[in-house]
Design a protein. Structure first.
Length: 285
């Protein structure tokens, strides 16, 4: 009975993080992007940051409980599922022809690397050490630079501000509204606090499931990866539908690819680094 209750709590907290991320956080960030009149790639980057919040919270609280392997399995699971969901959304929206662009191919090549690297870390039993963190940070910066250069070299035309305004006339009321931008930013902070509180509860549930009921870390990590990847699926599909309505499928793929790229990069190089720092800190006492 106690096990069933703990599993129910685990599911409720996990779904709460997904719901808040999907229904509130992602929508607020898109609204802010529209207020600031941002391009597709930038909106995708912002969505990538937004949809990585569940992974950040689950990895942070897993590591806080000493479950570093759960964190790694969570990252692998999330990145693999993100990649599969991305391709499924491309097929669903019939945008496969856009993937021929070399800049997007380079982005996807880096995304594949974010899947291979953590798998190799597990296979080789790489020791969890603080020295991994600066390597990850430098790799993150280097790969972002390569990706940025690819967009310049293999120029993908992004809609400029004037064209965007013509295509989205109905959204003009939000342009330049400073007050609205401030309100939206405050709402984002409140949402972040709510996610932090729920993440803490999820961490306690994880500790109970892993230590008390002897559920393997690999199982918990994979389940977490699947649950925390749902917001990415929503944003992949939504971004392409949003631009397909205006017959701008390339912009939708750019946004979805940027979302995938940023999410997977953050998961491996930044969020995993946070997990390592937390784990090393608590195990040093």
């Amino acid at each position: 009975m106690e096990l069933a209750f703990e599993i129910i709590k685990f599911i409720i907290y996990s779904l709460a993080i997904v719901y808040i991320s999907k229904q509130i956080l992602v929508k607020l960030l898109r609204k802010l992007a529209e207020i600031l009149n941002l391009k597709a790639k930038t909106v995708g980057n912002i969505a990538g940051f937004a949809t990585s919040v569940p992974e950040l919270l689950t990895v942070f609280f897993s590591s806080l409980q000493g479950l570093i392997q759960t964190s790694t399995y969570n990252i692998i699971s999330s990145n693999v599922i993100n990649f599969i969901q991305y391709y499924a959304s491309i097929i669903f929206n019939k945008n496969g022809n856009v993937l021929r662009n070399k800049a997007i191919k380079i982005e996807l090549g880096i995304v594949i690397a974010t899947i291979i690297i953590p798998i190799l870390m597990l296979i080789t039993n790489l020791e969890v050490s603080i020295t991994i963190v600066p390597i990850f940070i430098l790799t993150f910066i280097m790969l972002y630079y390569i990706r940025g250069n690819a967009y310049k070299v293999y120029k993908i035309k992004e809609i400029d501000n004037e064209e965007l305004e013509k295509i989205e006339e109905e959204k003009k009321w939000v342009r330049g509204k400073k007050r609205l931008a401030i309100i939206t930013s405050i709402e984002l902070v409140i949402t972040g606090v709510a996610l932090f509180v729920i993440g803490n509860l999820l961490g306690n549930s994880l500790e109970n499931l892993s230590y008390i009921f002897k559920i393997p870390e690999v199982i918990i990590g994979i389940i977490l990866g699947a649950i925390t990847s749902v917001p990415e699926l929503i944003t992949f599909i939504e971004s392409q539908k949003h631009h397909n309505k205006n017959q701008e499928s390339t912009q939708g793929v750019i946004e979805a690819t940027s979302n995938l790229f940023t999410s997977n990069m953050l998961n491996l190089f930044i969020i995993e680094s946070v997990g390592i720092i937390v784990y090393v800190f608590i195990t040093s006492f």
